[in-house]
Design a protein around this ligand. Structure first.
Ligand code: PMP
Length: 406
């Protein structure tokens, strides 16, 4: 990211200027949720100050402005993902997006004897909906296993793609390990065997240039709050043929053409999946977040984060007894680690007193931690607005905390 002035970029994030427990904040919990730049905060503020109204209902000026802004956000997000806007369902986040696939695509189709293939590195949001579908349909879950470096065992994955497998659920990027899965190759292999693919892009969208059309998946889910957007925003991209064929699983206003007690005519996709008043202000903010990231350039963001990751990985060598889980080549800037003799939660609590925010625990990925045989990890997840100096402060704090605990 040579052409970007990252110091100025950082100044766009007011929250990063605050102190915690009297210490300057070092925010390294970006995989959990990212911070928001001023243009995102301003866009939402402007919406409520100037054109707050409901979408798709009113013919008055404010209604039109609100609807235009909501649809503009859809178009921006579609551009960001390189997909068609009319194939993008706006929703509250990845959790909703995957549940939409589970309830509207999988539930009516799967039956006893079918198999859902799920990778071991999935977030619970890409496991539990499939378990619910399996319980209701009699389909089985099969697990695609990992290799010790935290990458997917691709040979095993392809062997597991047998005739009974109807659906594959896989993360683009692991929220715990940072592993970037070769989703293009995986989806090609799945498609060849007639397996429908659901890719969880929650941790990919904030960190790399995406070309969802080129991935060749059937469904791609993202969440807005991890990519500098407001909470309660996200999207599901799906091939048009799936959207046409899927029944809605949430009914209400906004998603219909005609309602009578004899029967209801649904609106066209994507609107038929967007029942009720959406998070309009949130999507106005997400549109601003997309503009912001596009201005930075996602290749610059990726390069910046690769530099930060290399620095952090190197600096952490100074901590005795530290072990990093997930060392797959080309991984994203997420570092899960353990320090021998210290509990993850104790360390995170003491790090907080030093102003350092990291996550500790199981990161909504119990099966993944079971594979590594650990009860909890610490996770430092970086964003482009973090600095090399912050990483040094984090490592210093870690050394101090380790002396207290070990
Ligand atoms: N999948 C992955 C890989 C995630 O990291 C997260 C958020 N931690 C989710 C799904 C769930 O996203 P949300 O809670 O925004 O729906």
């Amino acid at each position: 990211g040579g052409r970007v002035d990252w110091g100025r970029v950082r100044a766009d994030f007011p929250l990063l200027m605050r102190q915690v427990h009297g210490k300057p904040l070092v925010y390294l919990d970006n995989a959990n949720t990212s911070q928001k730049p001023l243009p995102v905060i301003a866009a939402q503020d402007e919406f409520y100050r100037r054109y707050n109204a409901n979408v798709s209902r009113a013919v008055h000026a404010l209604g039109t402005e609100a609807t235009d802004a909501y649809e503009a956000a859809r178009a921006k997000l579609a551009g960001f993902l390189n997909v068609r806007a009319d194939e993008l369902v706006l929703c509250s986040g990845t959790t909703f997006a995957i549940n939409l696939v589970a309830y509207s695509w999988a539930l009516p189709r799967l039956k006893e004897g079918d198999t859902i293939l799920v990778s071991r590195m999935e977030h619970h949001a890409n496991i539990v909906p499939w378990q619910l579908v399996a319980q209701r349909t009699g389909a089985r879950i099969r697990v695609a296993e990992l290799l010790p470096d935290g990458s997917l065992d691709l040979e095993g994955l392809y062997r597991a793609m047998t005739g009974e497998v109807k659906l594959l659920a896989v993360a683009h990027v692991s929220n715990v390990l940072g592993t970037v899965n070769p989703v293009r190759e995986i989806c090609r292999e799945a498609r060849r065997r007639g397996i429908v693919t659901v890719v969880d892009g929650s941790q990919a969208a904030p960190h790399m240039r995406l070309d969802v059309a080129a991935i060749g998946c059937d469904f791609y889910a993202i969440t807005g709050h991890k990519m500098c957007g407001p909470t309660g925003t996200g999207a599901l991209w799906a091939r048009r043929e799936h959207l046409e064929a899927m029944p809605p699983f949430i009914g209400g206003g906004e998603m219909i053409k005609e309602v009578s007690f004899e029967g209801t005519v649904f609106n066209d996709p994507p609107h038929k999946f967007e029942a009720g008043t959406p998070n309009i202000a949130g999507f106005v903010g997400l549109g601003a977040a997309v503009d912001y990231l596009q201005r930075l350039g996602m290749d610059n963001v990726a390069a910046r984060e690769a530099g930060l990751l290399a620095h952090a990985t190197e600096a952490l060598q100074a901590v005795p007894g530290l072990r990093i889980l997930g060392t797959a080549p080309g991984k994203a800037a997420v570092i899960s680690f353990l320090v021998e003799g210290a509990h993850a939660h104790d360390m995170a609590t003491l790090l907080d007193l030093e102003g350092v925010a990291v996550r500790s625990g199981q990161h909504c990925a119990h099966p993944l931690l079971q594979y590594f045989g650990v009860a909890a990890t610490l996770r430092a997840s970086l964003a482009f607005y973090n600095t090399h100096e912050e990483i040094d402060r984090f490592v210093e704090a870690l050394l101090k905390v380790r002396r207290l605990l070990c």
